[in-house]
Design a protein around this ligand. Structure first.
Ligand code: HEM
Length: 412
């Protein structure tokens, strides 16, 4: 592995950290950061990265220092800050008090039969072929169908949802050409911003229409709950509901897709562990937790510094951006026994794949249910699979998604 630290300047080499090989297997780079540069500045972009479990957990629990009011830094086409992610307590806490019960484990388990049916229907499409590109065939559509079930929306809206999600998260996909040249860099950036804005408007119009259709009828779904919910006796405005829906679309789809891809790619490359869970599916919940820890698909979360602070002798100034590397924290030997081993028998597994502190993932119960159901259905129907001969999966940085995961198996 090439070093991710510049020995002369003690800065973190972002080009090495985002290099294809590092993104595929980032754990060695995480180890180097934790031991040699637990708090350090990145070359080129200048943000500060924090990598030890103890420091990441502390930072995420101090929103008065490390703020989530990142609206100006993270423009995704939304006209207002996303609720509740781009807010700090106490305003954020008021929304979480309302939203947490709507995403309780019990409510999410009620969606399980629908998610299981959708997973099985998707597998029907390709099981007999003996091959598929996992992302396209399974990992992308499954969380979207779960989302439609959550919102009580028809499955026929799946293509619309997929386009809205991608239009905001990866607008370049819709541009011609999708990759900028050295000369078209600035224009390409502007075109991406414009596409995001257009998609956000279409998404807001979609939910506005759905809200209008709900007038005078009872909806037994998330949108119905948001329409009747109150904070201190006052109902949410349409704008607030739209800002919540926008965030859910951004936060709840790609994350599950990415996790599914990382899990299956790992198991395809580690047949011994794959066989263990196909022989004993009761291991799946523990395997899901351990792979969330090891793979940590949401590798990092950013914060805006509100007051000067010193972390491990590193002076951080108000106005700077800090990136908390939860992937590095989750493989910290100081916190986990045998941290560098993937161990489905780990038992207690207090990882930070869903974040920590006031912004800890709102959708963790939904995500866990989706991941467990997907892993159960997949391994029940396709117990033995491998990466297609001669192919190499490709991973993206930031959110570690396996963008290309060609699999093959012997159809029964
Ligand atoms: C395996 C899948 C998932 C992973 C790994 C994941 C990870 C995370 C992480 C690390 C955060 C903290 C962000 C921060 O501190 O700034 C977060 C927040 C959030 N997640 Fe998830 N997430 C997943 C699935 C979901 C799903 C399915 C939903 C909803 C349907 C969801 C909704 C949210 C929301 C709304 C927040 C913001 C909470 C707040 O700011 O109070 N996530 N997620």
């Amino acid at each position: 592995m090439r070093s991710v630290i510049d020995e002369a300047t003690r800065e973190i080499k972002i080009s090495e950290l985002f290099d294809n090989d590092t993104v595929r297997c980032p754990q060695a780079a995480y180890s180097e950061l934790r031991s040699k540069c637990p708090v350090g500045r990145t070359q080129l972009i200048g943000t500060i990265m924090v990598s030890r479990f103890e420091d990441v957990a502390w930072g995420l629990r101090h929103p008065e220092i490390f703020s989530s009011e990142m609206d100006a830094q993270m423009k995704l086409g939304n006209p207002r800050p996303m609720i509740p992610q781009q807010m700090d307590p106490p305003g954020q806490t008021r929304y979480r008090r309302l939203l947490d019960p709507l995403f309780s484990r019990k409510r999410m388990l009620a969606l399980e039969p629908a998610v299981r049916r959708h997973a099985s229907d998707l597998i029907d499409e390709f099981a007999a072929k003996g091959e598929c590109e996992f992302d396209e065939a399974f990992a992308i559509p499954l969380p979207c169908t779960a989302f439609l079930a959550l919102f009580g929306l028809p499955i026929s809206d799946l293509p619309t949802f997929l386009e809205m999600k991608d239009g905001i998260i990866r607008p370049a996909k819709f541009l011609d050409p999708p990759e900028p040249t050295a000369e078209s860099m600035a224009a390409h950036g502007d075109a991406q911003v414009a596409h995001r804005k257009k998609t956000a408007e279409a998404m807001f119009a979609y939910f506005e229409e759905e809200i209008a259709k709900s007038q005078g009828r009872h909806r037994d779904d998330l949108l119905g709950a948001l329409l009747t919910a109150e904070i201190d006796g006052v109902k949410l405005t349409h704008e607030e509901i739209l800002d919540i829906c926008f965030l859910l679309l951004i936060a709840g789809l790609d994350t599950v897709t990415a996790t599914l891809g990382c899990n299956i790619a790992y198991l395809a490359g580690n047949p011994g562990q794959r066989e263990r869970i196909t022989r004993d599916p009761k291991l799946i919940p523990a395997a899901v937790e351990e792979l969330l820890r090891w793979e940590t698909p949401v590798t990092a979360v950013p914060r805006l510094v509100k007051q000067d602070v010193t972390l491990r002798d590193f002076d951080i100034k108000a106005g700077e951006v800090v990136t908390f590397l939860i992937g590095a924290a989750n493989t910290d030997d100081e916190h986990f026994r045998n941290a560098q081993q993937v161990d489905f028998d780990r038992g207690r597994n207090v990882h930070m794949a869903f974040g920590a502190g006031p912004h800890r993932c709102l959708g963790s119960h939904l995500a866990r249910m989706e991941l467990q159901v997907a892993m159960e259905e997949w391994h029940r129907r396709i117990p033995e699979y491998r990466i297609k001969a001669g192919e190499t999966p490709t991973y993206s940085p930031g959110i570690r998604e396996v963008m290309y995961l060609p699999l093959e198996w012997n159809p029964s």
